[in-house]
Design a protein around this ligand. Structure first.
Ligand SMILES: Nc1ncnc2c1ncn2[C@@H]1O[C@H](COP(=O)(O)OP(=O)(O)OP(=O)(O)O)[C@@H](O)[C@H]1O
Ligand SMILES: [Mg+2]
Length: 260
């Protein structure tokens, strides 16, 4: 059985010669959740873009290496075709259509599916996210931040993916909502046997739900292991677990990780 994701020796540069990733290796076994951790600017979003084919939109390029999704290289495909191969990238910042209702946002996402969505697909989303069901006729722009994140996740699920890339689902949300959202993600993952790569600044919540984790720093993988190993590593507890990564690049991070 191929891995849901296999990244080998991946190097990426953006226009202007900005080198964002160096020789990154990363694997996701089918049906598992993997956390991708690291400070601002480390290269986390760039990894997701390289996987989902969105680098081109950002004037970025894969300079070396390979990306395989369920054993297949999708590198030659445009982003909308990548979705039909079972991969969905939930971008940072939610990206719902604010002028459309909750329901219309979900309907729009069904066009990404390889096959037509059964009507039960909507009921399923409202069952996972009852808050969305209660607000199905409301404009998405008026939802709270947490509800918009739920809608972004609902849009991903309705596209019927096998591998989901989540970029900072907890960003800007209150701890109670973050826990609620991760509980639902974990439930969906288990029920649908989804494979998930989740980027998080909130390391403690991500390590609670993921089975494996990678720590990225300055475009390189500096640590990897089971979530438990990463959680209990002294470096990680010094860096992250005292209350999340501080925003802005902490100079201490580099020293500690280099000493590791
Ligand atoms: N579109 C772009 N054009 C040029 N450089 C970029 C672009 N996007 C990202 N970069 C650069 O690539 C590096 C990695 O950025 P990336 O967005 O992948 O980091 P990140 O780990 O997701 O950070 P954050 O936690 O702040 O979201 C940074 O140095 C950033 O400035
Ligand atoms: Mg990012």
């Amino acid at each position: 059985m191929p891995n849901a994701l296999e990244v080998r020796n991946l190097s990426v540069s953006y226009r202007g010669g900005i080198e964002a990733l160096w020789s990154v290796d990363l694997d996701i076994e089918q049906g598992t959740m993997v956390a991708l951790l690291g400070a601002n600017g480390a290269g986390k979003t760039t990894i997701l873009r390289a996987v989902s084919g969105m680098l081109g939109l950002e004037q970025g390029r894969i300079m070396a290496g390979t990306v395989r999704v369920f054993g297949e290289s999708l590198q030659h495909l445009p982003p909308h075709k990548v979705v039909r191969h079972g991969l969905f990238h939930v971008r940072e910042g939610r990206h719902v259509f604010g002028e459309m209702s909750v329901e219309d946002n979900l309907i729009a996402a069904t066009y990404a599916r390889a096959s037509k969505a059964p009507t039960s697909a909507f009921d399923e989303i409202y069952e996972y996210f009852p808050r969305l069901g209660e607000r199905r006729k409301q404009l998405a722009g008026y939802l709270s931040g947490g509800e918009q994140q739920m809608l972004a996740l609902g849009r991903a699920i309705i596209a019927d993916p096998r591998l989901v890339l989540l970029d900072e689902p907890s960003l800007g949300l209150a701890p109670k909502i973050i826990r609620e959202i991760f509980e639902i993600i974990a439930r969906i993952q288990a029920e649908k046997r989804l494979s998930i790569l989740v980027v998080e600044q909130n390391a403690s919540i991500a390590l609670k739900y993921a089975s494996q984790a990678y720590v990225i720093q300055n475009g390189r993988v500096v640590m990897q292991g089971s979530a438990r190993e990463i959680q209990s590593s002294e470096t990680m507890s010094a860096l992250y677990l005292g209350g999340g990564v501080s925003h802005g690049a902490p100079a201490r991070t580099e020293q500690v990780l280099e000493a590791h």
